[in-house]
Design a protein. Sequence first.
Length: 296
Amino acid sequence: MLARLQRLLCLVLALLSLAWLVGWWAWSPWLALAGLALPALGYGVLLGCEFLLLMRQADALAPRPTAWHLFAAWWVELRSGMQVFFWRQPFCEQAEPDHLPPGAQRRGVVFVHGLFCNRAFWAPWMRRARALGIPHVAVSLEPVIGSIDAYVPAIEAAVAKITAATGERPVLVCHSMGGLAARAWLRMPGAASRVARVVTISSPHGGTWMARLGHGESARQMALGSHWLERLARDEAAGAAVPFTCWYSNCDNVVFPVGTATRAGADNRFVPGRAHVALAFDEHVVRHTLQGVPGA
C-alpha cells in the first residue's frame, strides 16, 4: 500500500513539474527548467523546518550542533531522503529479496523499518548482508498509520521464518518507529529468549517532540510521555532483559530531544552530525552493526 501511495505522489509531483515546464517555457526557458527542481525544493524546505525545531531543543547527552553541522546534516538528509522516498520505496520494494540460503547455520538479521517506510528502506543493508553471507529477512509493516501493536504479528512471522532457516536466534535491526515495534513484540510470551540482540537507529524510545505534529495512532503512541510508552516500560520491567544497542545523533531532525533515542542500560552509541534517515546509512553504523551480528 505504501509503495502505491508513494508512486502516486511521485506521479503528481512529476506532472506538476511538467506543467511548470510547459507553462513557463515560452517566457523563460531557464525558469521553466528550474521548475524540475520543485519536488526537491519542497522536500528541502520541509526538512529545514524540522531542523529549525531541532535547534530549539537542548540535551545534555550530546553536544549542541553548530549551524554548519546542521546545514551539512540537512544536505546529506536531503539526498538520502530523496533516494529513499522518491525512488527506492515507491519502485523497488521487492528489488532485494530475503536471503535464506539452504543449510545456513549462522545467526541472521530481521530488518524492521520505521513510519512511512517499507522493506526497500533496507536495500543497501540487504546487499551488504548478502555479500557477507548473513541471512536476513526484511518486513513491510502495515497499515501505515495504525497502532504500533498491530505490527507485532509481522515481526513474529519474520523471527520465526529466519529462526527456522538458521537454527539461531536473530538480531533485530530497527530504524525509528521500528525500534518501538520490536519492543512491542518483545512483550509476547517467550519472545525475549528468541532474539540475540536488538539494534535501534534513531528510535524514539522516550518519545519525540515531533510526534505532536503527526497523525494517526502510531504518532500519538510516540509522543513524549505517552501512556503507550509508559505502559511499554512497565511491561518491560516485569519481563526478561534483552541486550540493546541504540545509535543516536545530535542532528536527528525527527527524534529529539537527543536523549529520547537512548535507553537506560543499553549500549548507547553516539554518531555526531547525522540526521534521521542518513544515520541509518552511515558507514560506521552499518559496518559495526553487521560485524557484530555473529557474536551478538
